[in-house]
Design a protein around this ligand. Structure first.
Ligand SMILES: Nc1nc2c(c(=O)[nH]1)N[C@H]1C(S)=C(S)[C@@H](COP(=O)(O)OP(=O)(O)OC[C@H]3O[C@@H](n4cnc5c(N)ncnc54)[C@H](O)[C@@H]3O)O[C@H]1N2
Ligand code: MOO
Length: 401
């Protein structure tokens, strides 16, 4: 049995082909992984402009509070705005290019206007309300690193740079096969002793969320020959194959044997709870991850072990494991020799953020998984008392790229 970090290190050494890329329109780029490092091609702002509706003034140093002569008008989109001499002003609207010689923009609330004459209420502040060319971003500055997932808030910046299309990595094809004769797909009626297949839809959704092209490989009964055939088919059409169930030691657990006939299992068992029977290897040259059948164990091993491999195959930069130390609302006990990843939620108490573990921590208890927003990592054979800081992995960070 490997420690979690040792298993992660082994997975990080699996050789993967460099992901290919395609050019997509900016409007189709959200959620995709940038295949090129993008630099600003133009200054932002591209020209000096006004941040307020008001008056651009060239300060009359001798009489800063004197009357200024209004010599013209400019709105956003105006072109040549000419030049100001000391004591002159230009009526400007927000976004209007500023004339040469402008030293300050005075908001219209702070002036009185009488025909062509402007009377200031206070001496103008040099540089006030002037958005100076390149002050936000100079041409040549890095905008996005290769490997960054494009988020909605990147899009405006790229559009402001005039970028209408960009290269993104192709999504890796990652297949999910459920194993288990007891499984019935959602939407079909259950008969005695059978359960709905929760893992396949769950894993497909997690894969989509982390940037993969998730391939539904269906389900296979607990039969050695059928399992081998379906895994061989999976390897032929996917870049990575993930199975759930049949990874443990029971008579009906055929996955590892089938995989060993098609390639091999390199490592089996990881010292975490839930998720111990996790295995990885290869099928006909393709990486293969066998997740445990218990739904919470399948989800936790996906997030902690499978997802980093999928992200790497997708060309994504590895994300730092963001952990928050949060005080516990109540004590937690881990009597196991493995670290226990406990489902919990963050709660506010008098403005203080605390973490509240769920009472149900069974490997099949999906209800508390759906409610959780963190996993508390409780070290082996450890009690963490109420109020003490607990290391919490944020599920939002583990799920979204
Ligand atoms: N004697 C031992 N028994 C078990 C051990 C062990 O070390 N020795 N390990 C336990 C642990 S830990 C886990 S986790 C499970 C995992 O076993 P498998 O990966 O072989 O999974 P299955 O036996 O096929 O299923 C376990 C459980 O999960 C349900 N299941 C399976 N697939 C799905 C699915 N797609 N959707 C919803 N639920 C699913 C299945 O019906 C079983 O209840 O083994 C322990 N046993
Ligand atoms: O992986 Mo199992 O879910 O530890 O019980």
């Amino acid at each position: 049995m490997l420690e979690l970090q040792a298993m992660r290190d082994k997975l990080a050494r699996i050789a993967l082909p460099a992901p290919a890329s395609e050019c997509v329109a900016l409007s189709a780029a959200v959620g995709r992984i940038c295949a090129q490092t993008l630099r600003a091609t133009v200054d932002l702002p591209g020209f000096d402009n006004s941040a307020m509706d008001g008056y651009a003034v060239a300060v009359d140093a001798a009489r800063p509070l004197g009357q200024y002569e209004i010599i013209g008008y400019a709105a956003a989109g105006s072109s040549a705005t000419g030049a100001l001499r000391a004591g002159q002003a230009l009526r400007v609207l927000t976004g209007a290019p500023l004339p040469f010689g402008c030293q300050s923009v005075v908001p219209q609330e702070q002036v009185r206007v009488d025909g062509k004459l402007l009377q200031l209420a206070e001496a103008p502040v040099y540089g006030a309300h002037m958005r100076v060319r390149g002050s936000e971003l100079a041409a040549g500055t890095r905008l996005l690193e290769q490997g960054t997932t494009l988020r909605p808030l990147h899009i405006g910046l790229l559009a402001a740079q005039g970028i209408a299309e960009l290269d993104v990595h192709l999504r890796p094809r990652v297949g999910v096969l459920s194993t288990g004769s007891e499984l019935v797909p959602a939407g079909q009626p259950l008969t005695a002793g059978r359960i709905h297949d929760a893992n396949r839809p769950q894993l497909l959704a997690l894969l989509t969320a982390c940037g993969a092209d998730a391939i539904d490989l269906g389900q296979v009964p607990d039969d050695p020959e059928a399992t081998r055939e379906r895994l061989a088919d999976a390897a032929a059409c996917c870049d990575i194959v993930i199975s759930s169930g049949g990874a443990s030691v029971g008579d009906a657990d055929h996955v590892r044997h089938a995989a060993s006939m098609l390639g091999g299992i390199d490592h089996w068992k990881v010292a975490i709870k839930p998720g111990k029977p996790f295995a990885f290897g290869h099928l006909c040259g393709k990486p293969f991850l066998a997740l445990p059948g218990n739904p919470v164990a399948a989800a936790v091993t996906f997030l902690l072990l499978a997802r980093p491999l999928v992200r790497r195959a997708a060309g994504g930069t590895p994300s730092a494991d963001t952990m928050q130390l949060l005080p516990l609302t109540e004590a937690v006990h881990n009597r196991d020799m493995r670290p226990h990843f406990m489902r919990a939620r963050r709660v506010y108490d008098n403005g203080m953020l605390l973490v509240q573990p769920f009472a149900q921590q069974g490997s099949a208890a999906l209800a508390t998984l759906a409610e959780a927003d963190v996993l508390i990592e409780v070290p082996p054979q450890t009690t963490l008392s109420a109020g003490s800081p607990a290391p919490c992995h944020l599920l939002s960070e583990l799920i979204a790229p």
